[in-house]
Unconditional design. Sequence first.
Length: 222
Amino acid sequence: MAQAAPVVSSTTPPPPIPAAAQPVPATPPTGAQQQRPPNGTAVPSAATGAPTASTLAPKPLRAEEQIAQLADQLAHAKTPEEAHRLEGMLETLRAANLTPTTHLLLRRAEKDVANNKPDNAVDAMADALALQPDKAIVWRSSAQMRLVAGDLNGAVKDLGSALQRDPKDSQSWSLLATVEEHRNDGPAALKAWQKVLELNPMADKNHKRLDALHIKAFGQPT
């Protein structure tokens, strides 16, 4: 008599899958296959999935952007001390990208002025401008030397170049007011000084210079 086939229990585990037949996990893309996030998107950390600190750090501001921010703070300064501190920071930034040769020429010009050689100072500044004609502070320094040398028209021209490149430089406007005063152009001097007060209200807190220039421009009020 034929024997009955053994019954397989429903609880019996299935036989193991041979290694060759097991599914292989997908290999992550490498090199050029990796997808990069769009610009400005934080990259998740491999461990936590959160953006890394380096991707969240703000980009450092360019010198021009820092100057714009400080100039805005100067226009809202509440005390002369605060204004003086901001002016110092602005001067440092404006001179930050001058080359060593330009710095040397600036010092030479200052030395020439101290030794009563203003024409030599003007020549030194001409050399500095040939090296870095894009720097407003060099144009302003050239105007200072021209003023000392008595070249008032040249000083006005240099200050025009300085203010074209840095219109919020209160020191250039202040120098322009002085030059125009020496040229006996009262209205122009007054207008330049009014611009100074827009940029730095603490430059003439009690309006003494403003009143004096107003009298020179329009005479004593009756």
